[in-house]
Design a protein around this ligand. Structure first.
Ligand code: HEM
Length: 423
């Protein structure tokens, strides 16, 4: 689609793009380029959210994220009621999950974030890298003797799950509960899907409540206990806030990291010269490489919806109070005005001011953890299996969901070279 850069649009007449097609998931660059060609902020119709504006360029996305006075998370601060994507008929217990910092404006956001930030930092700085290495090695041990494995489900998915459960202080034997819940929750694509997910989620809500109760009775290692104990300016978390916080940490920190790891493996296998460059000096090159793999794959393609707080003009468009706006992080990360040859994976790219973890007051709380997880996951995997190859390179199945880019499965041949030599 080509349109004049400064054409004025109306939210009532959204432009049409095929966000979820397999082709666009496999190669997202043309889709985001065509949106950018239509203007820095354009109206679209989004699955589940409905009509809303999306930013398409680096400058517009960053400006939107930084201006938390003009773009707010809470509908009531923009003259509306409800929460984007949440319908009136949804059960109260599901709505309580929206009681978290990502969906709050100041000063509530600051209060909630400060409480968890403290608990989180204390845990993360404390030698989490060692723990993550041990978890990665243990998961890789399970591949011993196998020629093929599904790295998405048996590695990229389990590693962040183990890490976040350990961080929260959940008993090891219960981790499967979360895994099952997260799978259902992340397969929601419609109101009906949400309702279906609710039934599986309500069990987990009760489980989280029980865990919090247990921690209240007897403190244990982990962020849940830290939060129970936390007292910040005399302010404690309410029960609902605490449940919602645990869900946010789990949800925000689990699937996102899974996709970063899986997508990075796909990107490396599709760019063998870049893989060779990385494996020539993994210790020296991994940090910068993960930044670029994050930018190139942008597993979280879009932010959550914000509302326009008051009528304003923004990058040439007239926005009305209450309009929904989403920042397209992928649009920003693939913008040639900011990144030279954005559709190329250049593991030595520097500087790399990507927006993988968003920006502004809601920038990702877990970004350091996610970075370390990805660095460790790739280092340990390729140290053991440097010759692995995708088992079905032309048949990668992408998750069809707006805003996320990840694979459903990632079958690989672990010892491709050895197998070839033996043949
Ligand atoms: C590759 C992995 C990850 C990616 C790409 C990612 C991305 C993001 C993005 C884009 C946002 C902002 C959303 C918005 O502005 O609407 C965000 C927020 C957040 N992330 Fe992450 N995230 C990752 C991993 C994690 C991890 C491991 C945790 C914690 C365990 C975490 C916790 C959070 C929290 C709590 C917020 C909300 C912060 C706030 O509202 O102040 N994330 N993340």
């Amino acid at each position: 689609m080509t349109t004049e850069q400064n054409e004025s649009y109306h939210l009532s007449a959204p432009l049409r793009f095929d966000f979820d097609s397999a082709a666009n998931k496999a190669n997202p660059f043309p889709l985001f380029a065509s949106m950018r060609a239509a203007g820095p902020i354009i109206p679209v119709k989004l699955p589940f959210v409905g009509k809303g504006w999306v930013t398409t360029t680096y400058d517009a996305t960053l400006a939107m994220l930084k201006d938390n006075a003009a773009f707010v998370q809470e509908a009531r601060h923009a003259g509306r009621s409800g929460t984007a994507g949440m319908k009136w008929w949804m059960p109260r217990s599901l709505k309580l999950l929206t009681n978290n910092m990502l969906l709050k404006d100041e000063p509530d956001h600051r209060r909630l974030r400060k409480l968890v930030d403290q608990a989180f930092r204390r845990r993360c700085v404390r030698d989490m890298r060692n723990n993550i290495e041990q978890i990665a090695d243990r998961l890789l041990d399970d591949f011993e003797g196998m020629d093929e494995a599904d790295l998405a489900n048996a590695y990229a998915r389990l590693l962040p799950l183990e890490v976040i459960c350990e961080l929260l202080g959940l008993p090891r034997q219960d981790r499967e509960v979360f895994s099952t819940w997260a799978k259902t929750a992340t397969s929601m694509r419609s109101s009906f899907g949400i309702l279906r997910a609710f039934f599986s989620m309500s069990g987990v809500i009760n489980y989280v409540r029980d865990q919090i109760e247990d921690c209240r009775r007897e403190l244990r290692e982990g962020v849940i206990s830290d939060l129970v104990r936390a007292e910040e300016d005399g302010d404690k978390l309410s029960e609902d806030e605490l449940v919602s916080m645990v869900f946010l940490l789990l949800f925000a920190g689990f699937e996102t990291t899974t996709h970063l790891i899986s997508d990075s493996i796909v990107a490396l296998e599709q760019n063998p010269e870049q893989k060779a460059y990385l494996l020539a000096d993994p210790a020296g090159r991994m940090e910068r490489a993960v930044e670029e793999l994050g930018r190139y794959t942008t597993p979280v393609q879009s932010t959550k919806p914000r509302y326009v707080a008051r009528d304003c003009e923004f990058f040439g468009q007239q926005l009305r109070q209450g309009d929904i706006v989403m920042g397209q992080l992928a649009g920003a990360n693939y913008d040639p005005a900011e990144f030279d040859a954005p559709d190329q994976l250049k593991l030595d790219r520097f500087p790399n001011p990507h927006l993988v973890f968003s920006s502004g007051i809601h920038f990702c709380l877990g970004m350091q953890l996610a970075r370390v997880e990805a660095q460790v996951a790739l280092s340990r995997l390729y140290a053991r299996y440097p010759n692995l190859v995708l088992a079905a390179p032309d048949d990668i199945e992408w998750i069809e969901r707006y805003g996320l880019r990840g694979v459903k499965a990632l079958p690989v041949r672990l010892n491709a070279l050895r197998v070839r030599q033996a043949a």
